[in-house]
Design a protein around this ligand. Structure first.
Ligand SMILES: [Zn+2]
Length: 192
């Protein structure tokens, strides 16, 4: 978990190892912000800053108890997302997706889905049961990864985000309009 006291620039005495552990927790952008519905810009520069951003995105995602987070959800127009379906329990399950693309999809599965940017609302979305994604990691190295069930769903959900698509766009118009009306009401009440 982040240590808020380390955000100050005064602590020259801190050892480099402890500095790297200080993570920035970004607030999550909510539905209604236009950045969530715009396609993102591909990443061209892979540097220490991008690695740090990826780690901050994991920290922000864990803080919000999500299993995936896309850059537009923290207000950045970048083709970058992070996924960890173990919720931080297994460090090896952390996946950085820079410039990801789905190169193969198979099967179908209908499961309930939610989104950190649309808190409190869920809906059943049909997704492929298996997907293969081609992407780059935070260092710019290309890789392919196959996901099944929840992992496949998370890949699809996050890549949708990078294309400006939200899960409610996969719901029936009736269900989507109901959610939009409820959000409108919440916004009027100052609760969104
Ligand atoms: Zn989402």
């Amino acid at each position: 978990m982040p240590d808020k006291s380390t955000s100050s620039e005064v602590t020259q005495a801190a050892a480099p190892e402890t500095v790297s552990a200080a993570r920035k927790i970004y607030p999550i952008v909510k539905y209604g912000d236009s950045i969530l519905e715009k396609p993102t810009t591909p990443i061209k520069k892979f540097d220490a800053e991008l690695e740090q951003l990826s780690e901050d995105m994991f920290a922000s995602m864990y803080a919000a108890q999500g299993v995936g987070l896309a850059a537009p959800q923290i207000g950045l127009n970048l083709r970058l997302a992070v996924v960890d379906v173990t919720g931080g329990k297994n460090p090896e399950a952390k996946i950085v997706l820079a410039n990801p693309e789905i190169i193969h999809a198979e099967g179908e599965k209908r499961e309930e889905e939610g989104c950190l940017s649309i808190p409190g609302f869920r809906g059943y979305v049909l997704r492929p049961q298996f997907v293969t994604v081609k992407a780059q990691n935070a260092k710019g190295e290309s890789f392919e990864i196959r996901g099944e069930d929840l992992l496949a769903r998370a890949f699809c959900h996050e890549i949708d985000h990078l294309n400006g698509i939200l899960f409610i766009q996969h719901l029936s118009m009736l269900k989507r309009d109901l959610i939009k009306r409820k959000i409108k009401k919440l916004r009027k009440q100052g609760e969104w």
